[in-house]
Write a protein that binds this ligand. Structure first.
Ligand SMILES: Cc1ncc(COP(=O)(O)O)c(C=O)c1O
Length: 366
């Protein structure tokens, strides 16, 4: 089966893990944690990094540090991975959904202001499938309404908006290093910020809320959200390869685009095009299957599976999921979600595999 994604791990990761094991520092103390934080922060053009055990808790930690709590509202795109909304819910706050942009599928900035109420405290833009959000518009809205911005950059390591790295905008940005992400630590996450106070707050909350100057003294209830030295050992090695992985992802996207262009010209599919202000990292190379394609998205996925090509359907929009169901309609997100598939996008993907996938899609179309 050609996988949708697989981690690309080598001798360097192994060497670091062996070093961590031999050192005995296998929990959340050890040299790799700070090294990973420092190097990733520098890569993204930020000041402080707080590594966490996964990307979901990175979001929770960031929201907690920003003081998001009961009855607060946080604006999130309805089309995202469920963790974005769940992190808000963990704070006893309410995620308020916004529809997607029809061209690049992230939160539509034009639809944000109508959702702002006196309870709104923050906006979480999600750089979906590796394509950046329109950050200028989002930052302007946040400034006008005095809202925090928390970037969910779980899927967009190294992506750029107008030449600036994703993860360098807003108050805090959060990343995931899950096994299918552009770089991985197995499970893992990180919060980045330029604000020293927020960084300190997140470090304290990550460690049960322990007062840094008084061992086993807790001024508040925190969490155990720490990353282990073993995870960070993998991360340090992965980080060295990030630019190479991004280049590979972009090359894969270009090959798909060239191969699938004819289907788009016939209005059978829609490609995830890069906006002129964006550098996408194509975490998942994604297309929309139009109704005119000849078979619906789910049948096509089964057909591809028979040819040993693995794919993923798009996320369901949050507003249709049982915990978040409401009567609101978000037509763009609903349509994108119904039509979207992620094609194999791993950095280990071979040219002949991409050709096979493209040919299979062309054969299956009308
Ligand atoms: C947009 C988004 N946010 C948050 C997460 C949560 O990250 P993790 O799986 O590391 O908890 C993910 C992915 O897994 C994601 O895709």
């Amino acid at each position: 089966m050609i996988p949708v994604a697989e981690p690309c791990l080598g001798e360097e990761e192994l060497k670091n893990v062996i070093e961590a094991v031999k050192s005995g520092w296998i929990s959340s103390k050890g040299k790799f944690i700070e090294e990973f934080e420092e190097k990733f922060v520098r890569y993204c053009g930020r000041k402080y990094g707080v590594a966490t055990s996964n990307g979901t808790v990175a979001l929770h930690l960031a929201l907690k540090a920003l003081g998001i709590g009961k009855d607060d509202e946080v604006i999130v795109p309805t089309l995202t991975f469920v963790a974005t909304a769940n992190a808000v819910t963990y704070c006893n706050a309410k995620p308020v959904f916004v529809d997607s942009h029809p061209e690049y599928w992230c939160i539509n900035p034009d639809k944000i202001e109508e959702k702002i109420t006196p309870r709104t405290k923050a906006i979480i833009p999600v750089h979906l499938y590796g394509h950046p959000c329109d950050m200028d518009l989002i930052m302007k809205i946040a400034e006008d309404h005095n809202l925090y911005v928390l970037e969910d950059a779980a899927e967009a390591h190294g992506a750029e908006y107008k030449g600036e790295k994703i993860g360098s905008f807003g108050d805090i940005s959060c990343f995931s290093f899950y096994g299918n992400k552009i770089i991985t630590t197995g499970e893992g996450g990180m919060c980045l910020t330029n604000n020293e106070e927020l960084a300190e707050k997140m470090r304290i909350l990550r460690d049960h809320g322990m007062n840094p100057n008084r061992r086993y003294w807790y001024d508040e209830i925190g969490f155990n959200y720490r990353m282990t030295n073993l995870q960070a050992a993998v991360g340090v090695a992965q980080l060295e390869k990030l630019d190479e992985f991004i280049e590979k992802k972009r090359k894969i996207a270009k090959m798909y685009e060239e191969g699938l262009n004819e289907l788009e010209e016939k209005n059978l599919i829609i490609l995830h095009r890069e906006m002129k202000w964006a550098k996408s990292v194509y975490w998942m190379y994604s297309i929309l299957i139009e109704d005119s394609f000849g078979m619906n998205r789910d049948i096509l996925m089964k057909e591809l599976e028979r040819k040993r090509i693995d794919t993923r359907p798009f996320f369901y929009p949050m507003h249709v999921l049982p915990p978040y169901q409401n009567n609101e309609r978000f037509p763009i997100a609903e349509e994108i979600s119904r039509k979207g598939i992620n094609l194999p996008s791993g950095v280990g993907l071979k040219e002949e595999e991409i050709r096979k996938i493209v040919e299979s899609l062309i054969l299956k179309s009308k």
